[in-house]
Design a protein around this ligand. Structure first.
Ligand code: GDP
Ligand code: MG
Length: 168
């Protein structure tokens, strides 16, 4: 049996919950003070799609995104992308166009989903629903509201779509 491995890059501003999302999906846990293990480029999870084994490799950053210092190696060979912004961080929402362009410049137009994380903090929101939906529509992206903390829409939403996007 040939095993399929798919590289997925998770991008967005610092502190939107990218590392937490990867950890949630691959390890099934949420820790408030998660710090990426130094030296690990990605976490992986094995899934079954159309009775085929697929290895999703979710690439994390070590915080370089905050210094705009993500190297080409991070994007190289990526077959899918998860673009993340936070419910409580307007700058992270405004930065999505920029992240999309960066990914596209490195790897072209790969299957991508847009995620508004930290939906559990909805009472602190700084982004109107219409704005988030308009962004998704303009970029022609499937859009999910998620909470990594409450485990909402991570498995069944974001990564379910990501895996079927790349295997169908
Ligand atoms: P990254 O810089 O994008 O990798 O973000 P992190 O995964 O390090 O998360 C930044 C902070 O946001 C951490 O304190 C997380 O515990 C917290 N966080 C992540 N996801 C959620 C969420 O869905 N809800 C809430 N309330 N906090 C979250
Ligand atoms: Mg991180």
């Amino acid at each position: 049996d040939m095993e399929v491995a798919i590289k997925v890059v998770v991008v967005g501003n610092g502190a939107v919950g990218k590392s937490s999302m990867i950890q949630r999906y691959c390890k099934g846990i949420f820790t408030k003070d998660y710090k990426k293990t130094i030296g690990v480029d990605f976490l992986e999870r094995q899934i079954i799609v159309n009775s085929e084994e697929v290895r999703l490799m979710l690439w994390d950053t070590a915080g370089q995104e905050e210094f705009d210092a993500i190297t080409k190696a991070y994007y190289r060979g990526a077959q899918a992308c998860v673009l993340v912004f936070s419910t409580t961080d307007r700058e992270s929402y405004q930065a999505i166009d920029n992240w999309r362009e960066k990914v596209e410049a490195e790897v072209g137009n790969i299957p991508t989903v847009l995620v508004q994380n930290k939906i559990d903090l909805l009472e602190e929101t700084v982004i109107k629903n219409e704005e988030a939906e308009a962004l998704a529509k303009r970029l022609k992206l499937r859009f999910y509201r998620a909470s990594v903390k409450e485990d909402l829409n991570v498995n069944e939403g974001v990564f379910n779509t990501t895996s079927s996007n790349v295997t169908n």
